[in-house]
Design a protein around this ligand. Sequence first.
Ligand SMILES: [Zn+2]
Length: 390
Amino acid sequence: MNAISDKLYYSDPWLQKVNTVALSCEPAGENYEAVLRETIFYPTGGGQPHDLGSINGVPLLDVILREDEVYHVLSSPITPGPVECVLDWDRRLDHMQQHTGQHLLSAVLLKEYGYATESFHLGAEYSSIDISTSSFPVDEQTRVEEVVNSIIFQNVPIHIYWAAQAELDKLPLRKVPDLEGDLRIVEISGWDLSPCSGTHLSSTGQLSLFKLLRTENYKGMIRVYFLCGTRAFRDYQSKHAICSELGAILSVPIAELPTRTEQELNTKRELEREIAELKTRVMELHAQTLVSSGGESPLVAELPTGSLEDAKLLANSVLNLGTFSVVVKLQNHLFLAHNRSDSLHCGQLVKELALPLGGRGGGSPSSAQVFFPEQEGKEEFFRLLLEELK
Ligand SMILES: [Zn+2]
């Protein structure tokens, strides 16, 4: 390639637009890769995803760093020569906020509790780090949040500079560099000194807000999920809207939501228990009426509405009153059961008689259920069943 393009995303990470020159644009698979004389587009690396934006109106698909050269992946070619580059600034600022927030969070965790950061993930929805501890209690989480937000409030300057390999031993770096040669150092004054190749804010105030979301155990470490800046603010907006809506539904102030929700759930559980008791009582009465009517075997009951559980409950209530075979009709379902001493096999009956008529179901020797999509099949099966269960 002609030249190593000038990385403006390092010298001025706040630059959102630039007029420059496209040095080349070559086919690469189904796409094209352009090299620019200078670029504002950050390529994937250092735990930070690549930038998006456009070159002469052609949207960027990806930005790749290969042998220190930045390649801009485009779906259609651009003509070498003067070009206008526009950065997707919201995306970049978001990445700078999450990335810088991670530096600060990792520094506070190390200083306050000695927890080292083992890895960092910057995702589309949230970011996470894995820290070297098997326990991160809630009181520590609260304190870490407070310390990080107080450093944001203090608007501490962030310096970025290059350090030669020989100087590195003298710097109290938070993490050991895994690269040879000169290193880019990100310093949050008084708090952190880390080698890093990402883009960062110029003071902690630009983080505006930090929020821990949750933690989970991960391979003997703790994974900490967090949000910074606009993401944290939007999360607050969205959660406040949800809480307000819930408050309106339950007619209580937000602060009373947990207590009120628990009360409502307790009431629901109590009602469900009462309904179950009443259903059992109703089915027992239904069974007594059926048995006392002195019908022939099998006893036949019809439930106009209800569930298969109701049909089972009714059949069992009948069997509790004596030795019977019983059929419960429930819309297009039939439930059959018996407690006779003969070799009657309900599941087998369904298999032999119902399946050829289009029924679907099965069961055990003592009970079975079958569903008919067509009324006709159900009536024919019922007729055959009456013969068999006599
Ligand atoms: Zn960084």
